[in-house]
Ligand binder design. Structure first.
Ligand SMILES: [Zn+2]
Length: 361
């Protein structure tokens, strides 16, 4: 991997010279206080646009403004409420109006996605500043905006990632558990990719596949530590999510990290919107797809339970019929992507059996 790890007293930075990857990654306690210093390291000295939401800005604004002032970087703040097409348009307008040279997305998945897509469309760099470890969009070259497309669309990945573990660890734990669901998903997404390579000769990249797989395996290894809700555990989840995001940047597609389990989650978004978080749905999707792959789905269930993530329809408050329908219709989300769903005929009776045997319903 083209990363150099530079140890400093209480933090470490990863630098990359590979154009596909973030130039700089900082994952540590107090990382937000380095935001100005990081801008200077990246060569950003002109106006920055900070995108956030009304809740997050309250706990981050003081640290951000102090750091940017110290580094003499001019900035403005724009708050958004929801990740919609309209929010993307508003942010793009703000970028042009303020002649911003960089966009910081400070917040959860929605803020990150809107900031990433807006910066990408206005052709300026984007810095990812996640305040929750809930999915791998933190570091990916993809953005999911519900009223644009039912799955993630292409955008430019972040030039840098600043993940402050002090802030991430204060977010509701349910969000971190959801991030764990998005991590376990890499075990089936990579299996789907291998299958596509084998069956339809799809291009396969060993490095990207290994990175995605390792991020899923890291969850299995650290599940107990994560459940203790210590900063070390939050750091493990954040690191693994970033690694998964980078696996997508390496190949310029979501392929390494998004397979049939993601299609299942996207289908749930369509037929039972706002029932659960992305990672929670992906976690349940992983149980079902791992079963269809003939893999070790019991370890998937055990790991999700250990971290406190949902494993059943009841846990995410949807009816059994919804799970059966989502499993039957998941393939429709992306017909172009070959997965295990192309190898099985998932009629309602089969879907019901799979979901019953695995304890999902
Ligand atoms: Zn995901």
């Amino acid at each position: 991997m083209a990363f150099a790890r530079l140890e400093k007293k209480d933090m470490y930075l990863h630098f990359s010279i590979d154009k596909r990857l973030p130039k700089l990654i900082l994952i540590d306690q107090g990382a937000l206080e380095k935001i100005g210093e990081i801008c200077l390291k990246l060569g950003v000295s002109q106006k920055a646009l900070i995108i956030s939401d009304p809740t997050v800005i309250k706990v981050t604004e003081d640290k951000i403004s102090e750091s940017l002032h110290e580094s003499k970087i001019d900035y403005s703040i724009k708050l958004i409420e929801h990740a919609t097409k309209d929010a993307v348009e508003q942010v793009r307008k703000e970028i042009r109006k303020g002649k911003s040279s960089v966009v910081f997305g400070v917040g959860g998945g929605g803020v990150i996605d809107v900031s990433k897509l807006s910066a990408s469309q206005e052709n300026i760099p984007f810095v990812s500043v996640p305040t929750v470890a809930s999915h791998d969009g933190i570091a990916s070259p993809r953005a999911k905006i519900n009223n644009i497309a039912p799955f993630s669309i292409e955008a430019k990945g972040p030039i840098a990632i600043i993940a402050d573990i002090d802030i991430i660890s204060k977010a509701p734990y349910r969000l971190t558990a959801s991030g764990c669901g998005d991590l376990i998903a890499k075990l089936t997404s990579v299996k789907d990719w291998e299958l596509a390579h084998l069956r339809v000769n799809e291009k396969f990249d060993e490095t990207a596949a290994n990175m995605a797989r390792e991020s899923g395996q890291s969850l299995i290894k650290n599940a107990k530590l994560i459940r203790k809700k210590l900063k070390e555990g939050y750091k493990k989840v954040t690191e693994a999510l970033i690694k998964s995001g980078i696996s997508m940047s390496l190949v310029g597609s979501s392929r390494p990290s998004s397979g049939a389990e993601h299609m299942f989650s996207h289908k749930l978004d369509q037929i039972a919107p706002n029932s659960a978080y992305h990672g929670e749905q992906c976690g349940i999707g992983t149980i079902l797809m791992m079963y269809l792959h003939g893999g070790d789905w019991k370890t998937v269930v055990k790991t999700l339970k250990t971290v406190g993530a949902p494993t059943t329809a009841k846990d995410i408050r949807v009816d059994r019929e919804i799970i059966i329908r989502a499993l039957c219709e998941a393939k429709e989300v992306r017909r172009d992507r070959y997965t295990i769903l192309d190898e099985k005929r998932i009629v309602p009776k089969v879907a019901e059996e799979v979901a019953t045997v695995t304890g999902v319903i």
